[in-house]
Design a protein around this ligand. Sequence first.
Ligand code: NAP
Length: 293
Amino acid sequence: MQLLDGKKIATEIKAEISAEVAAMKAAGHRAPHLVAILVGNDGASETYVNSKARNCAEVGFESTVLRYDNDISEAFLLDKITEINNDPDIDGLIVQLPLPPHISVTKVVETIDYRKDVDGFHPVNIGRMNKNLPCYISATPNGIMMLLQRYQIETAGMHCVVIGRSNIVGSPMSILMALNAEPGNCTVTLCHSKTPDIRKFTRDADILIVAIGKKNFLTADMVKEGAIVVDVGMNREVSDKTKNGFKLYGDVDFDEVSKKAAWITPVPGGVGLMTIVSLLKNTLAAAKKEYYG
Ligand code: NAP
C-alpha cells in the first residue's frame, strides 16, 4: 500500500502559490483577496472558515471573514453578495454552507458572480466543468484530481466507483472522472443511498471515491485487491485524546482497507488538506483572471 499523502502535496502546492504571490507583489500587483461569509455559529463551519483564512495568510493572500447572526434576512445577504461582486479589490467569494433554513442556498449561489465563485458552485461553472472548459471546479473534487495528478496515477480505462452524489463532492467527482482528460477517462458508476447491493459495484472498482459521511462505511470485504481508495469522509467525534476535543474519522475503514489497496488517502492528512489548497488555487486563478476576463 502506498499513501496518497495530501499533507505532502498540499505543502508543495502551497509553496508554489506563495512563490507566485510573492512575484505578483514584487511586480506591483496587490495580493489575491478572498472574502468568506459565515452566517450563524455552527462549530464545524467556524473551524473551516478559520482554517481557510489561516491558509490564505500562509500563502500571502488577503482574506476577510464577514460574520453574521443566524437571523439575518435573505435580502440582506443577497445585497452583501452583490456589493462584493462589484468590488474590484475582491477576487473570490465563498459563502460557507450550511445556511439557516430561511435562506435559499440556490439564490445565494446564483447571486455570486460566477467570475468570483471560487467554490465552483455557480451553474455557469458547473456547466463549463461538464463541457471540460476552463472554470472554477468545486474545491474537494478538484483537490482529489490534483492529488491523483501529482502522484501520476493513470486512470484512463479504469472503473471508478463514486459513492455519494452531493452537489459539492460526489456528483462533480463522477463527472470529472468520466471526462476525456487525465486524470479522467474512467468508466464511472455513481452510487447513493438508493443503490441496492453497493458491494457488487465496489468490488469491481479500480478506483473508489467515498463521500457519504458515515464512519468506516467502506470495509475491506467491499474492496478489490490493488484498488485506489480516496476517502472524502470527515466524521467528527468528541474525544478527550486530542487537543481540540475532536477526533476525525473517514468513510473508509483505513486499517483494514489499506491492507488491500494499492493507494489510499488517510484521514486526516488526505483530501481535507487538498480541498483548502484547491480553494487557494481557484482564488489565485481569479486574481489572475485566468478563466474569465
Ligand atoms: P451529503 O451532502 O450529506 O451527501 C451524502 C451522500 O451520500 C448522498 O448522496 C447520499 O445519498 C449518500 N449516502 C448516504 N448514506 C449512504 C449509504 N449508506 N450508501 C450509499 N450512499 C449513501 O454529504 P457531502 O457534503 O457530499 O459530504 C460527504 C462526506 O464528505 C462528509 O463526511 C463530509 O464531512 C465530507 N466532506 C469532506 C470534505 C473534505 O474536504 N475532506 C469536503 C466536503 C465534504 P442520497 O443522495 O441518496 O441521500
